[in-house]
Write a protein that binds this ligand. Structure first.
Ligand code: AMP
Length: 295
């Protein structure tokens, strides 16, 4: 049975008991509407730790408007089922009031060139809100390891840097992007797809793969010149398409070993954001090869 907590202090007490008795704890922070991507993080945490804790909180401070936060998909009953099925020991479901009992005036800013680009440029409150809530969560959860998806690569890089700078003791573990049989990355936002959106999403992945196949010969200039129209033709309203270096997240030629293709845009009303390392299976593999966010 999953023990569910909404009061951070009670959660911390329960976890401290495990921690002090020498058990390892894996922590998976989420916004809920749990899907196969989250479940892979939970199962990875389960396989590497004695206990697993999952937080579910649609953090309003990382959304640009209250309306965006309200419209974020939620499915609490299905989430409960997932927590039970994956034998998650503890779930933390705070409310805004229990998470920000004294208000939200303290900011955590990860001041990197990267945090002003791409997601940082399009969603001005996003990184500030994520840094704030993740630092609070790591402060509340005495975990051995915390798990983050490569699906949100820019966020992962920022969190890794924040954890190093603020000297949190948690080991940060990346989990490669989990995709369905058509290559579509699992995302809570996919709950809003109609039939056409599913087709568009599969075609986006096909195009990303085509670029990966051509990464040895295609220049960045050609990418930026030819491919926006190709994405447009499949019905994807692009916000950005770029080849960036890991971990700087700065534009780079596609034939560089650490190049990662990043895309974001809309099909209908639903935002799709994705990435694909061009010369590795995953970012975890790039890290194993020595490309590192921290020194
Ligand atoms: P979210 O609830 O969307 O904030 O996601 C919670 C965590 O799950 C984040 O670290 C995400 O990067 C990760 N995640 C979400 N979708 C996927 C996916 N398809 N593959 C891998 N990780 C994912």
């Amino acid at each position: 049975m999953t023990e569910i907590y909404s009061d951070p202090n009670v959660l911390r007490e329960a976890l401290m008991e495990c921690f002090c008795s020498g058990e390892t704890i894996g922590f998976v922070p989420t916004l809920g509407a749990l899907h196969e991507g989250h479940r892979t993080l939970l199962r990875t945490a389960k396989s590497e730790n004695d206990r697993v804790v999952c937080s579910i909180f649609v953090n309003p401070t990382q959304f640009d408007t209250d309306e965006d936060a309200e419209q974020y998909p939620r499915d609490p009953e299905q989430d409960n089922q997932v927590l039970e099925d994956d034998e998650v020991d503890f779930a933390f479901r705070p409310t805004y009031e229990t998470m920000y009992p004294s208000g939200d005036s303290t900011h955590v800013e990860v001041d990197l060139p990267m945090t002003n680009r791409y997601e940082g440029e399009i969603r001005p409150r996003f990184f500030d809100g994520v840094a704030r809530v993740v630092s609070k969560l790591l402060n509340l959860v005495p975990a051995t390891r915390a798990y983050f998806g490569e699906k949100d690569l820019q966020q992962y890089i920022m969190i890794r840097r924040m954890v190093a700078d603020l000297q949190f003791p948690h080991e940060i573990r990346p989990v490669p992007v989990v995709r369905d049989e058509n290559g579509i990355a699992f995302s809570s936002r996919n709950l809003k797809f109609d039939d056409n959106d599913w087709k568009v999403a599969a075609q986006i992945y096909d195009l990303m793969n085509e670029i990966k196949q051509r990464a040895g010969e295609l220049t960045r200039k050609q990418l930026k010149h030819h491919y926006p129209d190709r994405f447009d033709e499949v019905g994807y309203d692009l916000q950005y398409l770029e080849s960036v270096s890991f971990p700087e997240y700065a534009p780079t030629e596609l034939d560089n070993d650490n190049a990662v293709l990043i895309v974001a845009g809309y099909t209908g009303d639903v935002r799709i954001k994705d990435n694909l390392p061009l010369h590795a299976e995953s970012v975890r593999e790039l890290e194993q090869r020595g490309f590192s966010v921290t020194k």
